[in-house]
Write a protein that binds this ligand. Structure first.
Ligand code: SF4
Length: 366
């Protein structure tokens, strides 16, 4: 079987950012040890199967808050329960300024190979508006400390279309990431999610209009490309060979297991998830079934997020048939409008298509 990806959710943060709707709780230090034990127990429940895995991703929340010792214990449990590949990609998400100078050497010693740092902006005023509690300098220092600890594969997160952001400030943030030595950059459009503080204050935020959002996204993509970061997904850019192997599993509709509240799984053709409820997870609550997964529409919807798009060869390998003619027929007018490219190899969205990906993908798969 194709090796699995393993996702370990850590739902704790030092503070709650006003735009964030990830499942994360502020503080809760008293729960960190019990939470670590609980994740380990869940991992152990797979040990009789000794399934192959080749990526591990600690996401959050802010996993770095738990420290190298707790994360290392979870990783040891993964190695005991799964046949983890010797060259596995092991990523830890964290934030600049989290932990002391022993964090990265400790993570490297535990087997972490990749960091994903939430920078969001290199501009102090934008960081303040986003409720971030770190500085850009702390991010640059974190990349340097990671490199010294032997973790040279570092991704930085940026946000596009944040309150008050200008083309110049965005491009400054992009250059900052490149100069800091990021091997990978995720550049997400800010989405105002219901229930967040930003959603309540929406009218008071000075947000760019639709045309400005498009211009900002295109400027960021062009700048990233000119700095040597190839776009491989709507929001993700990497130096050659530094694409996130774990996240590629999601977009290629491969199987993975998720542990922790809000963590989703796709395993043996079924999707299931743990509810967004720490207390229920700590009490041993079971995951909820989310039905079957991996049919053609789902596979195509995910593939079309990638720059490589929906490919004939992967469609044939997975389903034993080429891309349906109906999809190619629907793609023709969208290609004429500049939203996708159609070639004998497959169908892929253009950058203009990425900006309205939900609508374009919806039309292709209608
Ligand atoms: S640090 Fe990340 S996960 Fe935590 S509240 Fe902020 S955006 Fe959300």
């Amino acid at each position: 079987m194709t090796p699995l990806g393993l996702y370990l959710h850590v739902p704790f943060c030092a503070s709650k950012c006003p735009y964030c709707d990830f499942y994360s709780l502020r503080g809760r230090e008293n729960d960190w040890d019990a939470y670590t034990d609980c994740i380990i127990e869940r991992i152990k429940s797979y040990q009789d199967l000794r399934l192959p895995a080749d990526t591990v991703y600690f996401g959050g929340g802010t996993p770095g808050l738990l420290g190298a010792k707790r994360l290392g214990r979870m990783l040891d449990a993964v190695r005991e329960a799964f046949a983890l590949a010797a060259d596995a990609e092991v990523t830890v998400e964290t934030n600049p300024g989290v932990g002391d100078e022993s964090l990265f050497p400790g993570l490297a010693a535990a087997g972490v190979t990749r960091l994903s740092l939430g920078l969001q902006s290199a501009n102090a005023d934008e960081l303040r508006q986003l409720g971030r509690i770190h500085t850009a300098e702390q991010a640059a220092r974190a990349v340097e400390l990671a490199r010294r600890a032997g973790i040279g594969n570092v991704s930085l997160d940026l946000m596009i279309a944040t309150p008050g952001q200008t083309r110049e400030s965005l491009l400054r943030s992009v250059r900052f990431c490149a100069e800091a030595g990021a091997s990978h950059i995720s550049a997400y459009l800010l989405k105002i999610e219901p229930g967040t503080v930003f959603a309540k204050r929406r009218d008071a935020l000075s947000l760019p209009d639709e045309d400005e959002v498009c211009a900002l996204y295109e400027a960021a993509c062009a700048s990233l490309e000119s700095l040597g970061y190839a776009q491989y997904e709507i929001s993700n850019f990497a130096r050659p060979g530094r694409e996130s192997r774990h996240n590629l599993k999601y977009w290629r509709c491969e199987e993975y297991l998720g542990f922790g509240p809000a963590a989703h799984s796709f395993f043996r053709g079924r999707r299931f998830y743990f509810p967004r409820d720490l207390a229920s997870f700590l009490a041993g609550g079971a995951p909820a079934d989310d039905g079957p997964g991996g049919d053609f529409d789902e596979f195509a919807m995910l593939a079309l997020r990638l720059a490589e798009g929906l490919r004939e060869d992967s469609c044939l390998a997975r389903f034993g048939h080429p891309i349906p003619q109906a999809v190619r027929r629907r793609a023709a007018p969208l290609e004429g409008a500049g939203y996708c490219r159609v070639t004998p190899e497959g169908v892929a969205l253009t950058r203009a298509g990425f900006l309205v990906s939900n609508a374009v993908i919806g039309s292709l798969l209608a």
